[in-house]
Design a protein around this ligand. Structure first.
Ligand code: FE2
Ligand code: FE2
Length: 213
């Protein structure tokens, strides 16, 4: 089937629609929320608050993923690459929906700064995309790898009995690894160390803030 050709205005409207969906409506997952092999333990208040804070950070990460993929899909001139970004963004929507649902189950709220995170990540995504497809993909590889390591760390920090959050985080970690691999196969180049350090520092600010706000 021939892909539909969208004008720049159509693409811009799609970007606005995407942002509004990520920030204001309940995202629709295409896959069922990962369920644990065995039901989790009943969490006490301290555990519930800790799990809520960690899942809020993960939800913010997914808000940022929505913005990054949306910016990069908008900016690339390569239709095949745009389709790859849109495909990955679909899986990120699953992550967004699952983390939002788990936050609600834990009685925790989403970050109040989500519009700010979205705008910041969108701007960074556009900057990366302007440097060309290879750099843009390199930026994605580094982002996905950092997220994968971050999620690995959360598996150590989540309450042992919170099997529900663990099942979600484990599936997200596997998906992020496959997003990094897909970006590598599409020709992404490894970013120089100073960029990787700057990205780690920016991620640290975001994760520390989102833990509380
Ligand atoms: Fe994700
Ligand atoms: Fe990802």
């Amino acid at each position: 089937m021939t892909p539909v050709q969208l004008s720049s205005t159509d693409r811009l409207l799609a970007v606005v629609d995407h942002a509004l969906r990520a920030l204001t409506s309940a995202p629709q997952a295409t896959r069922p929320k990962p369920a644990p092999g065995r039901p989790g333990a009943l969490l006490d208040d301290v555990e519930r608050r800790r799990a809520g804070a960690l899942m809020r950070v993960n939800h913010v990460g997914e808000v940022c993923a929505q913005a990054l993929y949306s910016a990069q899909a908008l900016a690339t001139a390569d239709p095949a690459l745009r389709r790859q970004f849109e495909r990955a963004a679909g899986e990120e929507t699953d992550h967004l929906a699952w983390t939002a649902e788990r936050l609600a189950e834990l009685g925790a709220r989403q970050s109040l700064l989500n519009p700010l995170w979205y705008a910041g990540a969108f701007g960074i995504g556009l900057l990366a995309a302007r440097a060309g497809d290879a750099t843009s993909l390199g930026f994605l590889i580094e982002t996905e790898r950092q997220v994968e390591r971050h999620l690995e760390g959360h598996l150590d920090r989540l309450p042992a009995g919170d099997q529900e959050s663990r099942a979600i985080v484990t599936q997200m970690k596997n998906d992020e690894a496959s997003h990094a691999m897909a970006a590598e196969q599409a020709g992404g180049t490894r970013l120089p160390p100073p960029f990787r350090w700057a990205m780690r520092a920016a991620a640290k600010v975001m994760t520390t803030t989102a833990h509380y706000v």
